[in-house]
Write a protein that binds this ligand. Sequence first.
Ligand SMILES: Nc1ncnc2c1ncn2[C@@H]1O[C@H](COP(=O)(O)OP(=O)(O)OP(=O)(O)O)[C@@H](O)[C@H]1O
Ligand SMILES: [Mg+2]
Length: 254
Amino acid sequence: MVSPVSTGAVGFAPLAPPTVWQGWDAFVHRAPASARDVTDGAWSQAEREDYHSELAVMRTPAMGSVFTAVRRLLLLLNRRQQAGARSGLIISGPATTGKTTTMMALGRSFQLADARQRPGQAERRPVLFISVPPTATPKMLVSEFARFLGMPITDRLNQTQITGAVCDLLCELGTQLVLIDDVHLLDTQRRAGAETSDQLKHFGERIPATFVYSAIDVETSSLLSGVRGAQIAGRFKIFRHRPLAYATEQDRSV
Ligand SMILES: Nc1ncnc2c1ncn2[C@@H]1O[C@H](COP(=O)(O)OP(=O)(O)OP(=O)(O)O)[C@@H](O)[C@H]1O
Ligand SMILES: [Mg+2]
């Protein structure tokens, strides 16, 4: 039998998801819990479970490569570009190889650097992190942007109005890095998926930010095929995210 866990009883509040600003900002500033001696009697069962529920994230070689590629894009490509969609990066690889973890580590590192460069600007939102919902439509996608920013959306607003408001707000808040997870869920063979990928391109044109997508094996997905796909392929560098190998001495040394 599985008994329900009472988080209130042990004092651990559930974490807000990173796809809303409060959850994202908490993730960025949360220091990793340090492991304590297993024989430490003062380390309660609840604290042990809490520690194991969020394991430490290793800095992998893939992270180093992605950080460097994005830093280059931010510095060289986007600085003076006025018109047209900006260039970005797609982190592509097999399932569960750490693509989301790499992407979140990138956003975290970028936001901490931004805070060091511009202290005391708590209203800034240098990074936006969202995930593509399954069977997304353009309105669902823009609603994810709005949800991250905490923008109220009323039924009276149509998709164009919400999109305009989101883009204006992102420019105002100084967003420079837009992270979109799971873009392989956009099936561009279907009308809704194709329209949503068009909307992603529109965001790229309206928001002066670098875009980083993550996707399962994007090279073989419908996202990069056809005319629309060619537009994305032409604007995005693809980074191949491989499983972290640990078999050989050389693997273990990196
Ligand atoms: N650098 C890392 N250090 C520690 N754990 C990691 C690291 N990268 C990934 N993991 C762990 O591996 C698992 C899968 O990672 P993640 O969800 O980032 O993969 P993914 O490629 O985004 O998966 P999916 O294809 O399902 O979206 C998670 O439990 C995560 O905590
Ligand atoms: Mg993922």
